[in-house]
Ligand binder design. Sequence first.
Ligand SMILES: Cc1cc2nc3c(=O)[nH]c(=O)nc-3n(C[C@H](O)[C@H](O)[C@H](O)COP(=O)(O)OP(=O)(O)OC[C@H]3O[C@@H](n4cnc5c(N)ncnc54)[C@H](O)[C@@H]3O)c2cc1C
Length: 325
Amino acid sequence: MILVFMEHREGKVKKSSLETLSEGKRRADELGLEVCAVLIGHEVDNLASETLPYGAAKVFVLENSLLSRYSSSGYAQALFTLAEEVKPKILLFSATAMGKDLAPRCAAKMGVSMASECTGTAVQNGSLTFIRPIYAGKAFITVGLSGIPQVATLRPNVFPLVEAQQNGGEIVKKEVAIGENQIKAQLEEIVRQEGSELDVTEAEIIISGGRGMKGAENFDLLRDLSKLLPHSAVGASRSAVDSGWIDHQHQVGQTGKTVSPNLYLAIGISGAIQHLAGMSSSKKIVAVNKDHEAPIFKVADFGVVGDLFQILPPFKEELKKVLSE
Ligand SMILES: Cc1cc2nc3c(=O)[nH]c(=O)nc-3n(C[C@H](O)[C@H](O)[C@H](O)COP(=O)(O)OP(=O)(O)OC[C@H]3O[C@@H](n4cnc5c(N)ncnc54)[C@H](O)[C@@H]3O)c2cc1C
């Protein structure tokens, strides 16, 4: 069995978990295994029906009122107990903040190693291998894991969803026995900064600004574009963040967030290796920079050489026209 941990927030299963489940389904078919999903929380069984269409043969729903809010020790204990019972060969998580917290804890509890932030998987000689970036994204390595279960986190926005369809999957509800002493730390509150802006890790389009933006007030140019484009978010280089122009939560790169949107717009960003480490797996990269030798152009699919302050305002007007057609 391939078991996939399903993350949920505000009453919805996260898309990145459905992507992970989809990849699990594809590999399970190749390996002759079944893919199952696991939801943890309190009164979350209604989310199982959102999960079944993505190929899960079973959705385990682990219920306990103590797990109504995320707790790494509590969730790890619940997963560990389930894994002892159903003995998955492979255990997958999405590489979100929660997945990155939970997966290593589970792997350690199970005494196995893990592969993190995978951008690909493959079946080789009848077993699953994982492809993941190393040296800040400069190279990729294929990793085989000998322990069982093989534990891995898969990077969000990289793996396509399988086509959702009706299947005869089963929902299996289980009460988990967890004591209060097993909840060592628990999520208290999620505070969204800067209104309801989408987080860069969840956005399909990211419009990022760098030192070339010249000041905090000019990030409004990027926010205006973001308002026009659904599922988009504003990102930033570390220089822009260090200058105090935008909050660190927007920073993309080695010491910021790792993103893989469908479209990444790098505006006034030179393309330092530490920035590329966070965004080079974006599906399409468009760079605007006045220096035609800026390294960002080496990774960009489309490049515009020029002054961003001349380019962005007419671009915004053009975009408005196209979107209203
Ligand atoms: C350990 C470590 C970790 C780091 N982590 C990160 C990280 O997570 N994320 C990150 O981004 N960086 C990180 N850095 C910093 C990184 O090395 C670079 O310094 C940083 O990415 C540069 O940001 P920038 O491209 O905005 O600025 P710059 O390198 O100064 O580039 C600004 C660009 O804007 C262009 N420009 C200027 N004016 C205009 C204009 N009017 N129109 C168009 N273009 C214009 C310039 O030609 C230039 O290419 C890290 C560094 C270290 C040492």
